[in-house]
Design a protein around this ligand. Structure first.
Ligand SMILES: [Zn+2]
Length: 254
């Protein structure tokens, strides 16, 4: 034994190569009632089923599945090498291929962000809309992946529409603290209604996003979708987006 052996110098890790965007196509979608309930407890149990569903419908197998922890925050998380599992925040962005980014919604709005360089997804309710989760996601895509807002395509998934999103006492209390949101509220009869679409599309336009599309289905009055306000409790749709690599699969015998 050499008592005076110097401790081995720690192996220096080579700097991680900067992940270059690879050629990719984007796949995205939202499940329906017929696809089952994807609330968190179900999602965790049904990851294999989700992988098969994506593979069957989109001809591409996710390598990893991640989900936003979701707490009506305005936090955006960058997803790089995280394994399958939960990620803090209500919006996720990545430029990696094969990573399925997911959020769960019933009446809230899933928002999809698509570009050649990176993708993102957000779970947006009234607080997320008013507190700017969507513009924060656009800025994160620009900061991390140099995605220009004018090169970004944003889609609004199925959500409760402005005719159905009747304000509760809690909503009223919330809006009292955010008077800037009052212009997105309309009154009909004794009730007041909030438009998530109006506020979000205005925020996007201000940032220079010009390509926007919306799923015309309202969760509250579409029979095939879960709606918490229509009595579906904790049941949720799953929305997902993934950069799918277009490179041919590697032949392990080559
Ligand atoms: Zn509606």
């Amino acid at each position: 034994m050499h008592a005076n052996v110097k401790p081995k110098p720690k192996a220096k890790l080579a700097p991680k190569p900067k992940a270059e965007p690879q050629p990719a196509v984007t796949i995205l979608g939202t499940t329906e009632q017929a696809d089952g309930d994807w609330q968190l407890l179900q999602l965790e149990k049904r990851l294999d089923q989700l992988t098969r569903m994506i593979q069957l419908r989109h001809r591409n197998r996710p390598e990893r599945i991640v989900w936003a922890q979701q707490g009506h925050t305005s936090k955006v998380s960058r997803v790089d090498d995280q394994p399958t599992g939960p990620i803090p925040g209500d919006a996720l962005v990545t430029n990696q291929t094969g990573v399925l980014l997911t959020v769960r919604t019933a009446d809230c709005m899933p928002v999809f962000f698509e570009s050649e360089k990176a993708v993102g997804i957000a779970h947006v309710g009234m607080a997320g809309a008013v507190e700017g989760l969507v513009p924060k996601t656009v800025r994160a895509l620009k900061r991390y992946y140099s995605v220009k807002p004018e090169k970004l395509s944003v889609r609004f998934g199925p959500h409760i529409c402005a005719s159905c999103y009747r304000m509760s006492v809690n909503n009223d209390d919330y809006l009292a603290k955010h008077p800037e949101a009052a212009k997105y509220v309309t009154s009909r009869g004794h009730h007041r209604y909030f438009s998530m679409m109006d506020i979000i599309s205005e925020q996007l336009a201000e940032l220079g996003v010009t390509t926007m599309a919306a799923d015309s289905r309202c969760t509250y009055h579409s029979a095939g979708l879960f709606s918490a306000r229509r009595g579906h409790g904790d049941q949720r749709q799953l929305s997902f987006i993934m950069r799918a690599s277009t490179s041919p699969p590697v032949d392990p015998n080559a």
